[in-house]
Design a binder for this molecule. Sequence first.
Ligand code: ATP
Length: 211
Amino acid sequence: MQEKKHVPKATLERLSLYYKTLQNLDNEEVVTTSAIELAEILDIKPEKIRKDLSMVGKFGMKGLGYDVIHLKTNIANILGLQNYWRLAIIGVGNLGAALANYEKISDWGFVIAALFDIDENKIGEEINGVRVYDFKKFASISRRKLIDIGVIAVPDDAAQKVADTLIAAGVKGIWNFTAVQIDAPKNIKVVDENLMTGLSALSFYLNQNSN
Ligand code: ATP
C-alpha cells in the first residue's frame, strides 16, 4: 500500500507525463529506463525527474535505472489510474483465445497483461492487442508484467506442470479451466471453472425433466 502524502499539483501533472511516456516505452518492450532518458523524451531536467520520483516513493537503484513496468504501475497507483489484478492466460487455443477476447473482464477490475503458449506458430502473435509469449519465459515475463493470476487453458495433461511453473514464479491465484484438480500450496488460491461440470449438471436436469 502506498503511503498517502501531499504531492504538489505541478508534480502530479509531471507524473502523468511520466506515466504516458512509460506506457509508450512498455509498448515498445523497453524494460528499463533512466531519469536521463525520460528527461530527453520530455524535455524536463533529469534532477527534477529524480526529485519528483523520490517524492512519491523509492524507485530505481543507483546505476541500474528504473524498471519501466514497476515505475509505471506505481505512478498509476499514486494517480489512482488503476487498481487492476493482472492476468496471464496460459494456452491460447479456442478457449484461451476466447477469454483473451473477452473485453468485459476489465469492467470487473482485471486486465489481461500477457498470453503464453508453447506453439511456435502462436508465440509472437497478438490477441486483442496482447502478445503471446513463449511459456518457457514465464518466470521473467510474469515478473516484468506483474502477473497476479494465472489462467490455465491448456490440455488437461499439461495442467499440473503449468500450475507448478506459475506457483514457482510467484502468482497469487490460479483460475483453472481444465478438468484437473490442481495441487497447490495453501497460500495459492485456485478457482476451478470446469465447463464440463456445468454441462453435466444441465444434462442431469434435462434428463430428469424428460422422464
Ligand atoms: P481449445 O482446447 O482451447 O479448444 P485447441 O484444441 O486449439 O484449443 P488444446 O490442445 O486444448 O488446443 O491446447 C490449448 C492451447 O494450449 C494450445 O494453444 C496449445 O499449444 C497450448 N499448450 C499445450 N500444452 C501447453 C503447455 N505445456 N504450456 C503452455 N501451453 C500449452
